[in-house]
Design a protein around this ligand. Structure first.
Ligand code: SF4
Length: 204
């Protein structure tokens, strides 16, 4: 039996173009990667350091205090796995997770944006739904929601310099749990068939 390791990004790629997904998983032929904006990478590293600082204090970061009824997971696993089916293993690296008083968990992911977005991109919802399954495999008790934090620059009117603001979104994953399972099954089937046709919405 074929064995596949699938992640949130590969499943999002499957939704975007099954051919690219097939080539990446079956042949290790990847899409060309554009340059990563280094400011986003820098912010990401600093945010991780800040979360680790508060984790050591067993506190939520100040800007989340009173907004999330839980605490940061005491030990964040580097890579998490979930056996979805005999042939599919899910894999992922969570940014963060919240532990609640009842012993359940919810994923938390952070993104850097140019402003506070009004709509949640479907790829982020799929990502949180995958992370929820990864947490469930390890801890067996998860919420059916996750959190996203958007960090974006704003003009500080007092100092007339840049500061970063954060916006917390609680994402209900109920509708996405079944959808994700169907996507995983369809992706696994795709990998067992011949190379799919190119996507008509290809940007590459
Ligand atoms: S159509 Fe575009 S996205 Fe799909 S395999 Fe070709 S290059 Fe990749």
């Amino acid at each position: 039996m074929a064995k596949f390791f699938l992640s949130a990004s590969s499943l999002n790629m499957f939704n975007d173009c099954p051919r690219c997904f097939w080539l990446a998983v079956n042949k290790k032929l990847y899409r060309p990667r554009g340059p990563m904006p280094s400011v986003a990478t820098g912010i990401d590293l600093v945010v991780k350091e800040i979360f680790d600082h508060y984790r050591a204090l067993n506190q939520l970061p100040e800007f989340l205090d009173g907004k999330i009824p839980g605490k940061l997971i005491p030990l964040l696993p580097r890579t998490m796995y979930a056996q979805f089916s005999p042939e599919v293993t899910l894999v992922g690296h969570l940014d963060e997770a919240i532990q609640f008083d009842d012993g359940s968990y919810a994923p938390l992911d952070h993104k850097t944006k140019n402003r506070d977005p009004q709509d949640i991109h479907p790829t982020y919802k799929l990502q949180l739904a995958v992370y929820r399954l990864l947490l469930n495999e390890k801890f067996k008790k998860v919420k059916d929601f996750g959190y996203l934090i958007y960090f974006y620059p704003v003009h500080n009117e007092e100092t007339h310099w840049i500061r970063f603001s954060g916006s917390l979104k609680r994402i209900d994953l109920q509708d996405h749990i079944k959808e994700l399972e169907e996507t995983i099954r369809a992706a696994a089937e795709c990998l067992k068939r011949p190379l799919p046709e190119p996507s008509d919405k290809c940007e590459f």
